[in-house]
Design a protein around this ligand. Structure first.
Ligand SMILES: Cc1ncc(COP(=O)(O)O)c(C=O)c1O
Length: 387
């Protein structure tokens, strides 16, 4: 349907899909009085683990705390190095610094924006303990290639899958193929619990350790103590954390899991329209889909501004904002932030720097209307011209 000329719409960068069911879901927890981590968290963990094909889900208060917990649980600490792409939200490398280990940044593949396995191997040293690949903006990285390299060098893999719930990878789903995979349920993600995260793993012993460490390293869980018919005095044999998700959040997450496949399909349909129409606009390049079996889930829709763009990115973002259209710069280059330049000086990552300079996120959400999308596409065409 054509949009009326000059009509100004407000199109946000994203919107969580939350309805009546999500609003009602926490009522049972509230009525029962069990509002911290309890049976709803356990149910949500089972749902996510089964969906991604892992034996365990360990819910956390966020993906950031989940990444820290995952690294801590395998003993990453002072004196160690962890290799991570710089092209990521700053939480990924920050989670490494929390452990006392050093961050070693690597570059990305210029088409997928995910870790470039060929840029990892030469960064491995005697101090390297783990690799942290990212499934950036919902596109699965080539985890088999990373696992193979990690096995060869005796390294751990902690996959940051913050944006990638539901992302397919070779007939499977992200979440079941690395030793530890960490998801985010922040509202910018495909499904949300307000804030929240989850580590999935098929390592039974590690799952037990993660559950203990997220709850102050307490020797007995709240639920077990609550259900016991004898007095249990708990112990704290090591330092742990309060990284719990609570039952209010998890009850929303369970409803969101029921919707996940529909939400993914709705995003994909809208992304496919962008994929079909944006190449006709000057200076825009649409996302690439790799050959290793990873269809995109489009947690965000990121365009690359090519050299023939008539205006620069910030000018384009400003003009779109004036039309009521929200955009964001593409993925950041973490190594250029002061936290890292002050520690490690100048690190040269040419692909990352180029991608961070020339990419831009445009609106995409499952409930985006046809009119809203037409408005965005028309605005881009008017500002940039036809290809
Ligand atoms: C790649 C990546 N890692 C980690 C995070 C942090 O997630 P959370 O906000 O759940 O801590 C994000 C959030 O956007 C992310 O994109």
């Amino acid at each position: 349907m054509a949009v009326e000329a000059n009509k100004k719409m407000n199109v946000p960068i994203t919107k969580p899909t939350l309805g009546e069911e999500e609003a009602r879901a926490p009522m049972a927890s509230i009525a029962s009085g069990w509002v911290t981590q309890g049976p709803k968290v356990a149910e949500f963990e089972k749902r996510v683990a089964a969906y991604v094909g892992a034996r365990h889900g360990v819910a956390t208060s966020s993906c950031t705390t989940g990444l820290h917990l995952a690294l801590h649980a395998i003993g990453v600490g002072k004196g160690d190095e962890v290799i991570v792409p710089s092209l990521t939200f700053i939480a990924s490398p920050n989670s490494i610094l929390y452990t006392g280990a050093d961050v070693v940044f690597c570059d990305v593949d210029k088409r997928t924006f995910n870790i470039d396995p060929s840029d990892v191997e030469h960064r491995i040293t005697k101090r390297t303990k783990a690799i942290m690949p990212i499934d950036q903006i919902g596109l699965a990285c080539d985890i088999d290639a990373i696992n193979a390299m990690a096995d060869k060098h005796g390294l751990e893999v902690v996959e940051d899958a913050a944006p990638a719930i539901g992302a397919p990878y070779k007939e499977a789903k992200v979440g079941g193929r690395a030793h530890q995979v960490v998801f985010s349920f922040h509202p910018r993600k495909v499904i949300t619990t307000g804030e929240g995260g989850m580590i999935t793993t098929s390592d039974d012993e590690l799952a037990t350790r993660l559950r203990t460490l997220r709850q102050h390293a307490m020797s007995v869980s709240d639920v077990a103590r609550h259900q016991a018919d004898r007095v249990i005095i708990e112990e704290y044999p090591e330092i742990g954390f309060n990284y719990r998700m609570n039952d209010i959040q998890a009850s929303i997450g369970i409803v969101q899991m029921n919707r996940l496949d529909d939400l993914l399909a709705a995003r994909r349909a809208r992304a496919e329209r962008y994929n079909a129409e944006l190449p006709a606009i000057r200076g825009l390049q649409v996302p690439y889909v790799p050959s290793y079996g990873a269809p995109h889930t489009y947690q965000s829709y990121m365009v690359t501004l090519t050299t023939d763009r008539p205006i620069d990115r910030e000018e384009l973002m400003t003009r779109l904002l004036q039309r009521g259209i929200a955009t964001r710069r593409g993925i950041m280059a973490s190594h250029l932030e002061r936290t890292y330049t002050s520690r490690y000086g100048t690190v040269s990552l040419p692909v990352t720097e180029e991608v961070a300079r020339t990419t831009m996120l445009i609106p995409l959400y499952a409930t985006m209307t046809e009119d809203e999308q037409t408005y965005v596409i028309d605005a881009l065409r008017e500002e940039l011209g036809s290809a």
